[in-house]
Design a protein around this ligand. Structure first.
Ligand code: ZN
Length: 160
């Protein structure tokens, strides 16, 4: 039976696509897929539970577990063997980020955070120009502007 291809939703693209070990000759390295990095981001950085992660990426929990496991294995392997990590490829679709303005409650969407694109902390509210906003993560509000900030989720620049 052919395995169903996963197609996880990804909303964050890293600004650095290649990590190379110190003092190493050019190695082929491991390819970390974008949906694998997204799985790590949601689980280990945003710290959602597995059910929320799977919902956010619109894949089954089993698929999410498989992607997460694969991501951790590749990174561990690269660290142990001194291999480069290339972030590329995979089966995924990009999604927009949703923000809500703290000052005027306006909600809007921004394109995914891609190479050369705007990070959350650079984006002002299109309705009132305020830089204070929270990022809506699958309905879970990641508050920013000084309180209740989940570490490193990119909704504002203060903690990065
Ligand atoms: Zn506003």
């Amino acid at each position: 039976m052919p395995r169903k291809r996963c197609c996880g939703k990804v909303e964050h693209v890293p600004c650095c696509r290649r990590f190379v070990p110190e003092n190493s000759a050019e190695t082929a390295g491991v390819d970390l897929f974008l949906e694998e990095l997204e799985a790590l981001r949601l689980k280990d950085v945003v710290e959602l539970d597995q059910i929320a992660c799977a919902e956010q990426m619109e894949i089954s929990r089993t698929t999410f577990q498989r992607i997460l496991h694969s991501a951790r294995r590749k990174i561990a392997q690269a660290l142990l063997e001194g291999q480069a990590i290339n972030i590329e490829g995979g089966h995924y679709v990009m999604t927009n980020r949703v923000f809500e303005c703290v000052d005027c409650a306006h909600q809007w969407e921004e394109k995914p955070c891609t190479l050369g694109g705007k990070h959350g902390y650079e984006i002002a509210c299109p309705a009132c120009g305020s830089m204070k906003k929270s990022k809506l993560e699958n309905g879970i509000k990641q508050a920013c502007g000084g309180h209740q900030h989940t570490h490193g989720n990119g909704c504002c620049g203060h903690h990065q």
